[in-house]
Design a protein around this ligand. Structure first.
Ligand code: HEM
Ligand code: HEM
Length: 185
């Protein structure tokens, strides 16, 4: 079923969604692989470089997305969706936003309080902003790990639900956020 324009996310919301989704879906495996024991040093260095720097680039992008979202409520879901699924969608989307804030900020604190570089910010002459503190770095590391695992679990549900809507139920939920491939009627 095709959705009407008013039932779909606007273009900026779709762009934000897919830009951040692709980045996060690369950040997660990079984070998991670079922390493995016995990984080759050059690969580990390259993954850390990518993960830290892509992570800080994501911070302003995520904040802009959140501001945009607060100013533009989600379009109404098709009436065929039961109430409990509407609530589940809303709760899980706000949890995803929360984790999208917690992840890069805890990563930033873990790295800076640990006294490590973030090459992009260092090149731009941005100071470390945080004094070195092993206790703070450890706490941020624990939070980054726990929030990362929660994000992976929630994304499995999120992507599973999206595929179910798109491939099985074909109820228009998928096309609400998928970039329009043909002009809308
Ligand atoms: C293959 C990967 C993905 C697919 C197929 C997908 C699919 C979707 C779909 C169909 C919606 C619209 C739901 C609705 O209309 O109620 C949506 C919304 C959303 N997605 Fe994804 N998604 C993916 C990856 C991600 C990732 C990696 C993130 C974040 C880390 C994410 C965060 C969100 C958020 C926060 C919303 C709610 C948008 C809003 O109401 O502001 N998604 N996604
Ligand atoms: C959306 C953004 C981010 C996501 C989804 C993400 C995800 C992950 C994941 C899944 C891991 C592996 C689990 C763990 O050991 O914690 C990890 C590790 C790590 N991440 Fe991130 N991360 C993000 C942002 C950042 C940022 C901005 C930084 C630093 C500037 C960062 C620094 C690190 C570090 C240093 C580790 C290794 C932790 C350790 O064992 O010391 N991350 N990240």
């Amino acid at each position: 079923m095709m959705t009407r324009h008013s039932d779909s996310y606007r273009t900026p919301a779709r762009l934000f969604h897919w830009l951040i989704a692709v980045a996060v879906l690369l950040m997660i495996p990079a984070g998991l692989i670079m922390t493995q024991k016995g990984i080759a040093r050059p690969l580990q260095d390259a993954l850390f470089l990518f993960h830290k720097n892509m992570g800080v680039i994501l911070i302003p992008l995520i904040l802009l997305r959140l501001i945009y979202r607060l100013r533009h409520p989600a379009p109404p879901l098709p009436s065929s969706i039961p109430a409990w699924q509407r609530s589940a969608a809303s709760v899980s989307h706000w949890l995803l936003y929360l984790l999208l804030i917690v992840m890069p900020i805890s990563g930033f604190i873990r790295v800076r309080a640990g006294g490590f570089p973030i090459e992009l910010l260092d090149r731009l002459g941005v100071g470390p902003w945080l004094a070195k503190s092993d206790a703070l770095a450890d706490a941020a590391k624990g939070l980054h790990y726990a929030a990362g695992m929660a994000l992976i679990a929630l994304l499995a549900l999120h992507i599973g639900a999206a595929l179910q809507h798109g491939l099985i139920r074909r109820d228009g939920v998928w096309t609400r956020i998928w970039p329009p491939l043909r002009p809308r009627s």
